[in-house]
Write a protein that binds this ligand. Structure first.
Ligand code: ZN
Length: 253
């Protein structure tokens, strides 16, 4: 009786194993079959682009990010402070600003920083048609590529505004979206101390800190930046670019 029961259990286990194996094997085959039947190649990109809001929580690395530039007044000041402190940042540039100031993004990359895509003219992408979303993103990428020779692989959606349509369009462009998890609200000009405190009180492993080098008066941001950099370094953080953070997460950038 005991032997019979163990044999029965063993057979059941074997059957479950074989069935699950068949399921695993059949799933991709069915996908290929369905795609072949429809006359289209099997999809190679995810249907929805990833939206990254922070790096690894077990590594003392932080990314400073600057949006809405390049700006002829403030971007050179930000670049100069970054260079003085031997750190690199990520600039999410607006396409039409890149077109007007190509040398600034060229300098940013020449200094070892990264320049990525923040759309052509900063619309809320969730309000646009799929074709218009695609045009906003590719026009800005084209402008950055023309100015620097390097094509952005990362998109920061204006206002962090994302929906399924935006994610599908960005996936089709083979790009990853990057938002933030520390918002200094520097654009509202809350005062230098406020920008410093918001950045420093909320910074932790893997933080992506949002600031702005364009889009208005950014003198408070410039004034706050040295203290933010030196304090984070004193706390033992390494200031890296967003692609560096993504590299640690095995996400291509
Ligand atoms: Zn912006």
């Amino acid at each position: 009786m005991r032997t019979f029961q163990s044999t029965k259990i063993a057979l059941t286990c074997a059957l479950i194993f074989i069935l699950s194996l068949m399921g695993v094997l059949l799933q991709p085959l069915q996908g290929v079959h369905a795609a072949a039947k429809a006359g289209t190649p099997a999809p190679t990109t995810p249907a929805q682009a990833r939206v990254i809001g922070q790096g690894r929580s077990d590594l003392p690395k932080i990314a400073l990010t600057f949006d809405d530039g390049p700006n002829p007044t403030y971007t050179p000041q930000v670049l100069s402070i970054l260079a003085q402190h031997h750190v690199h940042a990520t600039f999410f540039a607006i396409g039409n600003q890149v077109q007007s100031n190509p040398n600034l993004v060229k300098q940013a990359i020449g200094d070892g920083n990264v320049v990525e895509d923040h759309t052509w003219d900063h619309p809320d992408l969730t309000k646009l048609t799929p074709a218009a979303i695609s045009k906003e993103v590719t026009s800005a990428a084209d402008a950055v590529q023309k100015a620097t020779g390097q094509r952005p692989g990362l998109l920061r959606p204006p206002y962090g505004s994302v929906n399924a349509t935006v994610r599908a369009q960005v996936a089709a462009l083979n790009m990853t979206m990057v938002i933030w998890n520390v918002d200094t609200v520097d654009w509202s000009r809350p005062g230098v101390a406020s920008i410093e405190n918001t950045a420093l009180n909320n910074a932790h492993n893997g933080s992506i800190i949002l600031m702005h080098d364009g889009g208005g008066d950014r003198s408070q941001t410039v004034a706050a930046l040295p203290h933010i950099i030196t304090t984070l370094q004193q706390r033992g953080y390494q200031l890296v670019t967003v692609p560096d953070l993504l590299h640690d997460m095995n996400i291509p950038a």
